[in-house]
Write a protein that binds this ligand. Structure first.
Ligand code: SF4
Length: 214
């Protein structure tokens, strides 16, 4: 996987992710998974990106206007949701923070993040979406002190299709790897490999300075 390769390449051993000297957001995770080098340009070199040229990962971002269309009765019947909180800002002393589209409290005593994607469902859940949910699950579990073993995504361009994603310990372990690798770039300026997927470079605002494409 990308993160394991990165860890090897970077010889990661001593990244400090226990304090509060940094604060990683879910967007950082999404961008890092899209292309680690993007994070280097944006967060380490601090080269501003032009909003109109933001690359494709941003197209999957939350679409606020679609949220009202999800019927609470539907969520109650379908997944046993008994309470929901919308647009919840959560932060952790462990250096992560984010705004969860919705926190769902379920009738089995657990909670779950619900994230809206302005995207079509393609018969599989994208890896970056899974780790974004894991990231939110960690924030929710820590803040509300409840088990969080699954999350939900609504794909608004597939008629609001609701997908359940199990959140496992293995995924938390992988999220730790992702965060460590991301910090290696942000804190130590380790220059990461480019994305393997050339199509991602076509819309990237850093394509004129990235040796991957120039
Ligand atoms: S041009 Fe491609 S490889 Fe370079 S930062 Fe952008 S997406 Fe990554």
């Amino acid at each position: 996987m990308v993160t394991d390769e990165l860890a090897e390449d970077m010889n990661i051993k001593d990244i400090d992710n226990t304090g509060t000297a940094f604060s990683i957001t879910a967007s950082d995770i999404l961008e890092f998974l899209f292309c680690p080098r993007f994070i280097y340009f944006q967060n380490y070199l601090d080269i501003p990106q032009h909003e109109e040229k933001r690359f494709k990962v941003q197209k999957g971002r939350t679409v606020h206007e679609d949220k009202a269309s999800i019927n609470p009765e539907y969520l109650r019947k379908k997944i046993g949701c008994i309470e929901r909180k919308k647009a919840v800002y959560l932060s952790s002393e462990k250096g992560i923070r984010g705004i969860v589209d919705e926190v769902l409290f379920l009738n089995d005593g657990s909670a779950a993040p619900l994230d809206y994607k302005y995207a079509e469902y393609k018969d599989r859940t994208f890896r970056n979406h899974k780790y974004q949910l894991t990231f939110y699950a960690r924030l929710i579990g820590e803040h509300y002190q409840v088990p969080v073993n699954r999350g939900y995504i609504i794909y608004t361009r597939s008629r609001n299709k609701l997908i359940e994603v199990s959140i496992t310990q293995k995924m938390h372990g992988e999220l730790d790897n992702i965060i460590s690798n991301l910090l290696a770039v942000i804190q130590k300026g380790i220059y990461p490999k480019p994305t393997k997927y050339k199509a991602r470079c076509s819309d990237c605002c850093y394509r004129n300075i990235c040796e991957k494409v120039i």
